[in-house]
Design a protein around this ligand. Structure first.
Ligand SMILES: *Cc1c(COP(=O)(O)O)cnc(C)c1O
Length: 389
């Protein structure tokens, strides 16, 4: 029977224990594994799918999370890491060498942008930025030494939507590995491998774990050779995921589809009300017809996620006043948890960027970003409305 992602997220395959099985995945809190056969021990050191041997190479609880995400994303295998940046760096550092060229979309997560700057300044990698929805610009940017194309399904904080089918097709045609950060969409809204991506990266800190109690990351691979290569590199780098964090993430994943529905419907409600408010000059969410990605988003995604941003007519002072006036929404970084969070990107997540780079990301001095939780939408609107007035 072909099961849908919502059902596959709930059920775990578990090994038999003398006639019954645990329903929840057990936490294997051990750093090492003992062998009876020296040949099996030797074999386990060299490959991701051998026997478990040492915690940095693999762990059954971590493997259950990797298998679950590989299944939900439609990949062959995954590597879980201690953070989203750990997964992103395993992929970037595992695939790029000095002299290589990277093409990235313009608006990317602040930490990734900072890392790409490091690669350029200190590691001899050259970088070209292109719009996330322009396959012709990507084709024009590619050189013989281009190794990697970096995209995000939905970009922070103004929610540009990447033309995944168009961009990944160009990358595939030219033999370049395409990497997509799918953190904001999750596999419930988008599965980039179905659109031609080679690698999908996640910060599992966000929607996948979903309860603001885990830091974790993960990379899913469309083919075995890439998985093997990045697994080897992740073992050398030591970007290992922790069994307990992996267990919390597996538990969160079981309700991902329910939470995403509410994140999306709450966001639609708040974005629509804000767009009609006189103190607001713009609302950035691809579910609104005013968003530049509205048409592409409608073709690619069934809904548009729980993060959006807006501009206040009073600029930076109005933004600061709003931040200090909200009572229910929490002034905090991150996103994807059950509680609504508010932040000011120019002074927090994107503070290391120059004003030029801020403009490249579409961020203004007065931009406010909301990561909408799963509370009652009217309670959230009451809070926002009183903060605006
Ligand atoms: C948070 C985030 C990351 C980084 O993940 P960490 O778990 O904080 O290391 C990468 N990409 C996106 C889109 C994110 O939101």
């Amino acid at each position: 029977m072909e099961l849908r992602p919502e059902t596959r997220a709930v059920h775990h395959a578990q090994p038999d224990l003398d006639g019954s099985r645990p329903i929840s995945v057990p936490i294997y809190q051990t750093s090492g594994f003992v062998f009876d056969d020296p040949a099996v021990f030797a074999d386990a050191m060299g490959r991701p799918d051998g026997a478990f041997v040492y915690g940095r190479l693999g762990n059954p609880t971590v493997r259950a999370l990797e298998d679950k995400l590989a299944d939900l994303e439609g990949g062959v295998a995954a590597v879980a890491t201690g953070s989203g940046m750990g997964a992103i760096n395993c992929v970037l550092l595992g695939l790029l060498s000095p002299g290589d060229h990277l093409v990235s979309q313009k608006a990317i997560y602040g930490g990734t942008a900072a890392m790409i700057n490091e690669l350029e300044r200190r590691f001899g990698v050259t970088v070209t930025y292109v719009p996330e929805d322009d396959p012709d610009a990507l084709r024009a940017a590619v050189r013989p030494e281009t190794k990697l194309v970096y995209l995000e399904t939905l970009a922070n904080p103004v929610l540009q939507v990447a033309d995944l089918p168009g961009m990944c097709a160009v990358a595939r045609e030219l033999g370049i590995v395409s990497v997509v950060d799918n953190t904001f969409a999750t596999p419930m809204l988008c599965r980039p491998i179905e659109h031609g991506a080679d690698v999908v990266v996640h910060s599992t800190t966000k929607y996948l774990s979903g309860h603001t109690d885990v830091v974790g990351g993960l990379a899913v691979f469309a083919d075995d050779a890439l998985h093997r290569k990045i697994w080897h590199f992740s073992v050398e780098l030591g970007a290992t995921a922790d069994p307990f964090a992996s267990w919390l993430t597996l538990r969160g994943l079981q309700t991902l589809h329910l939470r995403m529905e509410r994140h999306c419907s709450n966001t639609r409600y708040l974005a629509t009300r804000l767009a009609a408010h006189p103190a607001v000059t713009a609302v950035h969410w691809p579910g609104l017809p005013s968003h530049p990605s509205y048409e592409l988003a409608g073709k690619l995604l069934p809904d548009f996620g729980g993060v959006f941003s807006f501009e206040l007519s009073g600029g930076r002072p109005a933004g600061e006043k709003f931040m200090s006036s909200v009572r229910l929404a929490l002034l905090a970084p991150s996103l994807g948890g059950v509680e609504t969070l508010v932040m000011h990107p120019a002074t927090t997540s994107h503070r290391s960027l120059s004003s030029e780079e801020l403009a490249r990301h579409g961020i203004g001095e007065g931009t406010i970003r909301l990561a909408v939780g799963i509370e009652h939408p009217e309670d959230l609107w009451s809070d926002i409305e009183q903060a605006l007035s």
